[in-house]
Design a protein around this ligand. Structure first.
Ligand SMILES: Cc1cc2nc3c(=O)[nH]c(=O)nc-3n(C[C@H](O)[C@H](O)[C@H](O)COP(=O)(O)OP(=O)(O)OC[C@H]3O[C@@H](n4cnc5c(N)ncnc54)[C@H](O)[C@@H]3O)c2cc1C
Length: 374
């Protein structure tokens, strides 16, 4: 079977790694000229590592990832609102985005990745599916996998009614050194003017993110550089101020936060299938975007290996559509709670957070482990 994968991001590369040596004729098309990821850090939870099972990629990720022990939320005065310690039997990792992508890519046969190949159109016929490119001839496949991210050309073509939704807040991110004192604890500070998160990485590095409520493409935040961020968060606890002090003037990333209105199917005419952000982009509040993209790839590789294509795509839909819709909705809900504005609302939220048992909070993510990989 000839399979075209559009996008050499986290999902596309994972799929290419898992299909390697399984008898498929795989082509990965990437519009960029090489594997270079813009980004700070990412979480990869035990839900992904479990699904990878004995594949060497799991070992590779464990080598590159910082083990996380605790996820803590504080208010902007430093008072603990929730404190969830991960079970010792689970492995939850934080990685530099670049390391994650390079690690996955190291398990892909480099010959199958075709850079500088932007897909401009997709056409499905009874006999197959073809891809058009911006600067090379059309190519034909038995199956095309849209792994081309939030603004997926593939999704927009086959499901033109799909909707990317702005979630009302904007996000700054960066990476800093000399942060080994934070140990294995990921922390978020939820304040009146926004939220600040700090997550440890290997070698004493840490990634941070700051979110604030804003209009879409808000001009107010267009030139928000280090001094602005320092001023904005100067009433937050010392750890936050230390992180911003350590941040270089450049290399601060800024993105508005979007997710996708859940789709009813990830499969089109049994010739096109979507994975990752193309299928179900989610807000970053559960740290599951990359993880769910990898899970899609694992499930898709498993079902293709087990069933004929029709059966495989049907099963992929059964296993992934509802589950990822739940991730989108829950993550959105957490975002709404974390980005709350107004003194009264925040006071009530904080009181609720302090009284709710930590085990109950941990239970909110238990569904992530219950999905099958086939
Ligand atoms: C602020 C922020 C914080 C985040 N934090 C986390 C986190 O903590 N944990 C987590 O798990 N996730 C997080 N995510 C989400 C995560 O980055 C994505 O979910 C993940 O990258 C999705 O992988 P993907 O392979 O589906 O898409 P992408 O990684 O976006 O890859 C898509 C690839 O397709 C290529 N492409 C696009 N269009 C075309 C085309 N027409 N032709 C050819 N190639 C094309 C792109 O160049 C890209 O390489 C965060 C996202 C944001 C915005």
């Amino acid at each position: 079977m000839k399979i075209g994968i559009v996008g050499a991001g986290i999902g596309g590369l994972t799929l290419a790694a898992l299909l390697r040596g399984k008898g498929y004729d795989v082509y990965v098309f990437e519009k960029k000229t090489h594997i270079e990821e813009v980004g700070a850090g990412l979480g990869i939870g035990d839900n992904v590592l479990q699904k990878l099972g004995g594949h060497d990629l799991a070992k590779g990720l464990k080598n590159e990832g910082q083990l996380l022990e605790t996820m803590r939320v504080r208010d902007d005065k430093g008072q603990v609102l929730s404190d969830v310690t991960f079970s010792k039997e689970t492995t939850n990792l934080a990685l530099l985005r670049q390391s994650l992508v390079e690690t996955i890519a190291s398990y892909v046969d480099i010959k199958v990745i075709h850079f500088n190949r932007e897909v401009t159109d997709i056409k499905v016929s009874e006999t197959g599916v073809s891809l058009d490119f911006s600067s090379s001839p059309t190519e034909h496949f038995d199956l095309v996998v849209g792994a081309d991210g939030l603004r997926s050309k593939i999704r927009q073509t086959v499901f033109p009614d799909s909707k990317v939704l702005y979630q009302g807040y904007t996000c700054f991110r960066g990476i800093v050194d000399d942060m080994s004192q934070i140990g294995q604890v990921a922390e978020e500070y939820w304040g009146k003017k926004g939220r600040f998160g700090i997550v440890p990485l290997l070698n004493g590095k840490a990634y941070w993110f700051a979110t604030m409520n804003a209009k879409e493409k808000d001009v107010k935040y267009l030139h928000f550089n280090k001094p602005y961020l320092q001023a904005y968060f100067n009433h937050f606890p010392e750890k936050v101020r230390t992180v911003l002090d350590k941040q270089s003037e450049t290399d601060i990333l800024h993105h508005d936060i979007y997710d996708l209105k859940p789709l009813k199917s990830f499969v089109y005419q049994n010739r096109v299938v979507l994975i990752g952000d193309a299928a179900h982009a989610t807000t970053p509040n559960m740290g599951q975007g990359a993880g769910q993209a990898m899970e899609d790839a694992i499930v898709l590789a498993n079902v293709l290996n087990k069933y004929d294509v029709l059966q495989a795509l049907k099963r992929y839909n059964q296993l992934r559509v509802k589950h990822t819709a739940k991730v989108i909705k829950r993550s959105r809900k957490i975002g709404k709670m974390a980005q709350k504005e107004g003194s009264l609302g925040i006071k009530m939220r904080n009181k609720f957070m302090r009284t709710i048992p930590n085990q109950l909070i941990a239970r909110q993510t238990r569904f992530l482990y219950k999905t099958k990989s086939e």
